[in-house]
Design a protein around this ligand. Structure first.
Ligand code: PNS
Length: 160
């Protein structure tokens, strides 16, 4: 499990500019950054995994060392399979910390060789989440600056 390979896991329903900010920062730190979309989560998603992966691939295509993949089951199993030694985790505000800390410590318990790296997105994205983006799109407000243009188009099409 190499510390030069990191996994950035999440639902990405859909990818936001906050996610992209973190991917851009992570891409500079690791030889390979795997953005891993969780499949079969309990929650009812707005976009299918295929749609989410397609959008992620499109908006990250300028970064050669970023790969988009799908995973199922335990994150630690997926990390072992990919040979990744790092989980990248975005912390927007103190409110994120408690849950992310819990997950990081549980992942460490399950796989002690795996390190979690907490990273801060740009301050302007500290209030941004996929959930709010979905809600704003459904209520018809502007998504300018919150998501890439392609995602805004897909959101509009989805909720219209
Ligand atoms: O974007 P999200 O939905 O907040 O991401 C949550 C995610 C995918 C990081 C988390 O649910 C996860 O890692 N799920 C995989 C299952 C797992 O390993 N669970 C134990 C974590 S301690």
């Amino acid at each position: 499990m190499k510390t030069s390979i990191a996994i950035y896991p999440g639902s990405f329903d859909p990818v936001t500019n906050g996610h992209l900010d973190l991917i851009e920062r992570g891409e500079k730190m690791f030889d390979l950054l795997i953005v891993a979309v969780l499949q079969n989560a309990d929650k009812e998603p707005l976009f299918s995994v295929t749609e989410r992966v397609e959008m992620l691939r499109e908006v990250t295509k300028q970064w050669q060392s970023v790969e988009i993949d799908v995973f199922d089951g335990l994150l630690v199993d997926y990390a072992r399979k990919r040979g990744a030694g790092v989980i990248l985790c975005g912390i927007r505000a103190v409110s994120d910390y408690e849950y992310e800390l819990q997950m990081a410590l549980m992942n460490r318990k399950l796989e002690p060789r795996l390190e979690t790296v907490f990273m801060l997105p740009g301050l302007s994205y500290s209030y941004l989440s996929s959930k709010l983006v979905r809600e704003i799109a459904q209520l018809g407000a502007s998504l300018k600056g919150l998501v890439p243009e392609l995602v805004e188009q897909r959101l509009r099409a989805k909720v219209s």
